[in-house]
Design a protein around this ligand. Sequence first.
Ligand code: NAD
Length: 460
Amino acid sequence: MKKIILFLLSWLLIVFSTLEGNADTNFKVVNGIIKFPEPKRIKGQEDVLALRCDPIPEVRVAFIGIGMRGSKAVERYCQLEGVEIKALCDVNSLNVQDAKATLKKFNKPAADTYTGVEDWKKICKRPDIDLIYICTPWELHSPIAVYAMNHGKHAAVEVPAALTIQECWALVDASERNRKHCIMLENCIYDYFEMATLNMSQKGVLGDLLYAEGAYIHDLRSLMFDEENGYWNMWRLKYNQKHTGNPYPTHGLGPIAHSLNIHRGDRMDYLVSMSTSQKGLTLHARQKYGDESPFVKQSYALGDMNNTLIHTIKGKNLLIQHDISNPRPYNRLYTLVGTKGYIQKYPFPIATIEPNSESVLTNGSVDSLLKVYEHPFYKEIGEKAREVGGHGGMDYVMDYRLIYCLHNGLPLDMDVYDAAEWSSIVELSEVSVLNGSAPVKVPDFTRGEWNKLEKLNYAW
Ligand SMILES: NC(=O)c1ccc[n+]([C@@H]2O[C@H](COP(=O)([O-])OP(=O)(O)OC[C@H]3O[C@@H](n4cnc5c(N)ncnc54)[C@H](O)[C@@H]3O)[C@@H](O)[C@H]2O)c1
């Protein structure tokens, strides 16, 4: 008997020691599925589903990280009513100066400026700020968001909100403990097409949705290797040297997760993920810098193409793709497949809808269909959104909605569980890829409350 136990223990030791993942992972294999710990909610802490906070008539905002993305956000916020920009923070003082000039251009009061590496902590401690808007490189997203909520602020954080499962739980716990909003700035749920088709699916036009596809396919090679005008300190390339899987899943996943009512009556159960080998980044580095460059000699963990398949508790499947390393046209797939209809956005919009599913709708006929189901948000602010711009207007709709809900004390369109679930794919997909595409359980960040809300409902 002793021998058998010893044999089993040494076998388990071998299994666990061969599983690969990030340094801070502590997952186990349960019934053949990799499973991360799901910490219990501490006593007295409650969920923040449909969280309502006190209305804020004038939302006082601080921007942390004002690079390519943050500078555009500052510009858009200058065009929103009921907002005061109190602080601008970036370690690059030129970015802060540019943002200051933006405020001046829109005749807005001057904001306080910060350029220290940890100045975001000082800002989070200020009593005269309501919302911390985070557009830094990924590694700072969850540390700043958690710190902000711990200091009584709402947090709006760029995508992905977190890089590890531990960071996802930290966001959930900070939001629940402090009763503060944590919204991930997933703008793609607000695109015209996605909103109209969400409306269609909520009205039952596509029948029961069973399968959906989303992606982030965007050739970022030039930007990632641009030391002068690309990402600050080449942060994105550096991340991709160390990590594989899908590091940027939320643009693809967000809109389809909302259409499929994830954590509002269904939830993601497990995933499997597979990546190709890496070629594109090295090839680009060689073409740009020559064979002897350190950029060519160093390795990149990120496989060129990643496919992640997610299975939900109610038997739906979601396919999420990622490719930023090859010469491909921009593509987020965005496909919804239901028992009564099919619609896809990329590479070109097409649809088939019962009872006329033999005739495939394309071009103008898809436009007409979308017009019929135009989402109320676009009816209300679509024109202004297109005028302000930002990915065709969706960024403005996102900002407008966040500020509208804060003004009125309404639940936000995306909650901290969306942020955690969608961001969790970063580490879960990597762990699956590193372990022969093994199935990996998606943690239930609602801790059993995924059925409490029956369906997605944007407060209006
Ligand atoms: N939702 C979207 O469509 C979309 C589009 C682009 C980028 N993004 C996201 O926005 C974020 C920023 O991306 P970007 O393209 O602007 O990158 P960027 O490199 O241009 O900007 C990052 C900024 O953060 C600043 N920064 C770095 N450390 C800092 C610190 N300690 N304190 C304050 N500022 C600091 C840098 O100086 C830089 O200006 C990323 O998370 C990215 O994924 C989202």
